[in-house]
Design a protein around this ligand. Structure first.
Ligand code: SF4
Length: 435
């Protein structure tokens, strides 16, 4: 069930160095790569079915094909290593343990799309991954893999490591570009999309670390081989960061199409301490929650998780056991989004804050009888009305936690409003009203 493509070299000592990576089979895609025309490489990636591993799951080859072929402007690659979604911690392992795989993948992408400069935007908290990746880039320059005559092929490929300042919203592609340009990291309205007008108003490919790191394997082993792994529309494997109440949290690679709970159980040993499973958050904190039954009856691929009402997202799976308070879990999620809203759009700036405040008072034992309806009424006004999807990232979990675990919210509110006090206060606990 667990299958290694991306993580196959993670446990090999010294693999972070050029010498170690080469001795483990690295940098072997170039003969096949440069034997193809750039357009053929794009077609090859399309046929592999590789989808973006950063959250949206957009087909990678198709994204590349949106970049104009004949343009006077330079083209850029932005590798998104911001990895700010709560529960996600997979890309850091690539940066630390297999940095040359990312560099080799960058060379593949730059050659295919005709890009001369790649920016790798790494979140500011990742000091160690930044150091490991920067050292690998320096080695690649010294070896002639990067620079004015990259790989001895007469093409120019430069890699620039850019350290972010720790804002979640800079993981959104246009927020990342704004930040890279030295401005406030706030998302831009789309269109224009980055493929046409991205970094410095030039055509730009934005891809996640894991997506780019999969490219050497696809070139080496063939598009059809990659497409034969997983399911028809969710090809290949993905790294999943599994956290929460499991025996052995960590990063595990799995083939798409397996049963979600079987995969979690096989990798982590199941729920910690033999407790009962309550719920699974399958794709990071912005995804809809799945009940234990749904998690047991859903496969781990883009289509199956979507059919269950949630998403694969960034592959951040969080497991909640029978003792976990759903009210508290939602409060934590909403506190994060209220804090990280960049503030440009009122439905997001105000909506995330309102959702957090209401769930916070429910959790504090000061909830009001009308609070559940109030939360439900706020969510639709946040979804699809903003520049980026951060507002949805708060509204979607709110709606799903309330729908699937309503009784927990009602119990918390009932506790704040026992029947005798409701009569005294004309319907609600006066302390709750006073908040
Ligand atoms: Fe900023 Fe939120 Fe609007 Fe996104 S949705 S641009 S985070 S205010």
């Amino acid at each position: 069930m667990a299958r290694k493509i991306i993580s196959e070299r993670f446990d090999k000592k010294g693999n972070n160095t050029l010498e170690g990576y080469k001795s483990n089979g690295g940098y072997q895609s170039f003969d096949k790569l440069f034997a193809m025309k750039p357009d053929d490489v794009i077609d090859h990636v399309k046929r592999s079915g590789l989808r973006g591993r950063g959250g949206a799951g957009f087909p990678t080859g198709m994204k590349w094909s949106f970049v104009p072929k004949s343009t006077e402007k330079p083209k850029y690659l932005c590798v998104n290593a911001d990895e700010g979604e709560p529960g996600t911690f997979k890309d850091r392992l690539i940066l630390e343990l297999d940095p040359h795989a990312l560099i080799e993948g960058i060379i593949v992408c730059c050659y295919a799309v005709g890009i001369e400069t790649a920016y790798v935007y790494i979140r500011g908290e990742y000091d160690y991954p930044i150091a490991r990746f920067t050292a690998a880039v320096e080695e690649a320059y010294k070896a002639g893999l990067l620079g004015g005559n990259a790989c001895g092929k007469g093409i120019k490929i430069d890699v620039v490591v850019h350290k972010g300042a720790g804002a979640y919203i800079c993981g959104e592609e246009t927020g990342l570009i704004e930040s890279l340009e030295g401005k406030k990291g706030q998302p831009r309205p789309k269109p224009p999309f980055p493929a046409v007008e991205g970094a410095f108003a030039c055509p730009t490919v934005v891809n996640n670390v894991e997506t780019i790191s999969a490219l050497p394997w696809i070139i080496n082993n063939g598009a059809e081989t990659y497409a034969s792994i997983g399911t028809e529309k969710s090809t290949g494997t993905m790294l999943f960061s599994i956290s929460g109440m499991v025996e052995k949290p960590g990063v595990y690679e799995g083939e798409f199409g397996v049963n979600l709970w079987d995969f979690i159980e096989e990798c982590t040993g199941g729920v910690k301490g033999g407790k009962k499973l309550k719920a699974v958050i399958p794709g990071g904190s912005s995804s809809a929650i799945l009940t234990a039954e749904e998690a047991r009856n859903t496969n781990l691929d883009y289509e199956s998780i979507a059919a269950a009402g949630s998403m694969v997202g960034s592959g951040a799976i969080m497991v909640l056991d029978e003792d976990t308070s759903i009210v508290k879990a939602l409060e934590v999620v909403l506190r994060f989004y209220a804090h990280e809203s960049c503030g440009q759009c009122p439905p997001c700036r105000d909506g995330t804050y309102w959702l957090y405040e209401i769930v916070n008072r429910i959790r504090m034992g000061k909830g009001r009888p009308e609070d559940i309806d109030l939360l439900f009424s706020i969510c639709p006004d946040m979804s699809g009305r903003t520049i980026c999807v951060l507002a949805d990232s708060a509204a979607i979990p709110t709606k799903s936690y309330l729908e699937k675990f309503r009784a927990e919210f009602e119990a918390a509110i009932d506790h704040a409003n026992p029947p005798e006090r409701r009569l005294e206060a004309g319907g609600v606990n006066p302390e709750a009203r006073a908040l």
